[in-house]
Write a protein that binds this ligand. Structure first.
Ligand SMILES: Nc1ncnc2c1ncn2[C@@H]1O[C@H](COP(=O)(O)OP(=O)(O)OP(=O)(O)O)[C@@H](O)[C@H]1O
Ligand SMILES: [Mg+2]
Length: 319
């Protein structure tokens, strides 16, 4: 779980975020949407600790590991592709490096032997024996063929580097995954692969994307940044978009039409539960309960005043 408490960020006099209180919980995939320049990338940077908020705080469940899709394409130029992916789990990589350095020592002492034994224990606990095959599987899924896995990152073209950095973020089953525009430079096969990966992912995902189809496939929630606030909605992108429009039109709906309105809501709800992500979760026996349309509507209806006060074209910004 990762959350913010009264988070505010100012650049000079301008407040990009003001008193944002939001909680992201495991098992959910949050699509972070908003107009260009609304602050999506900046919000992810605050969550990851890359930049500090002006006030307020970010908290996460102790011991949880967070992985971030790195944006600096040159950061790993000196490393081999497969190593770059494993570096996504910094502690595991550290243990591997320390072990290798100790084994390479010409004057290997008894003390070194004890240290290596400890490191071997931690290596096994962190699933180190499977690290290379997991990294290779991620790379292959993202369209990087085997013959490239041992090349240096500097030898790869820009779009291939981005895929490696994505594999790095996904590596080692992190608890919290922050992805800013992960589908950029991916072909359709890789996007499908990523959608399936996220469908099986059990941690918390917060993803920024302008790809509406992708958001529809993977999101259980939409977090909308607007006017310095972040509003959370249940459902994928289309569910959010259509329900926003419907709620706007409901403004003029007389009370006697309430039943009809709920019927439309119910069909929207049906569309929500049938997203591939939710189906996959059900298939994998996850703790994901199908609630009645009325209960799932309550968090949405709680937002009616806010939705009704905003023009429709504002809400359609990522379409
Ligand atoms: N270090 C900074 N100093 C001043 N202003 C900044 C700084 N970093 C970002 N901004 C401003 O904050 C706003 C939000 O930027 P950000 O990149 O987070 O937006 P975004 O929602 O990710 O946009 P896009 O959809 O184009 O990626 C922009 O107006 C940007 O110019
Ligand atoms: Mg951005």
């Amino acid at each position: 779980m990762i959350a913010t408490q009264n988070l505010t960020l100012r650049f000079g006099k301008r407040a990009l975020f003001e008193d944002v209180n939001i909680k992201f919980t495991p098992g959910n995939c949050y699509g972070l949407i908003g107009a260009n320049g609304a602050g999506k990338s900046t919000f992810l940077k605050i969550l990851s600790g890359e930049i500090d908020a002006s006030s307020g705080e970010v908290t996460k469940t102790p011991g949880e590991r967070m992985a971030v899709l790195k944006q600096n394409h040159y950061e790993f130029d000196d490393y081999e592709v497969i190593k770059t992916v494993i570096m996504g789990h910094s502690r595991l990589f550290e243990v591997m490096e320390q072990k290798d350095a100790l084994y390479a020592k010409p004057d290997f002492s008894e003390e070194d032997g004890m240290l290596v034994a400890e490191l071997e224990g931690e290596f096994a606990e962190l699933n180190g024996w499977d690290a290379e095959s997991e990294a290779a599987g991620l790379l292959t899924g993202l369209g990087i063929p085997n013959e490239m896995h041992d090349k240096k990152m500097a030898e790869l073209e820009g779009n291939m580097k981005l895929r490696v950095l994505l594999a790095q973020a996904l590596f080692g089953n992190p608890h919290i995954l922050l992805l800013d525009e992960p589908t950029n430079h991916l072909d359709l096969d890789s996007i499908n692969w990523l959608e399936n990966f996220l469908a099986d992912f059990r941690g918390t995902v917060i993803v920024v994307s302008h790809d509406r189809h992708f958001l529809n496939q993977v999101c259980t929630h939409i977090a909308d940044i607007d006017f310095g606030k972040i509003q959370l909605y249940v459902g994928n992108y289309d569910f959010w978009y259509e329900s926003s429009q419907l709620l706007c039109s409901c403004n003029a709906t007389p009370t006697r039409k309430k039943k009809k309105r709920l019927k439309i809501w119910s069909s929207l709800f049906a569309a929500l539960v049938l997203t591939p992500l939710n189906l996959s979760r059900l298939r994998h026996g996850r703790n994901y309960s199908i609630r009645s349309p009325l209960t799932i509507l309550s968090p949405l209806t709680a937002n009616i005043p806010m939705l009704l006060s905003r023009p429709i074209e504002k809400q359609a910004k990522t379409s």
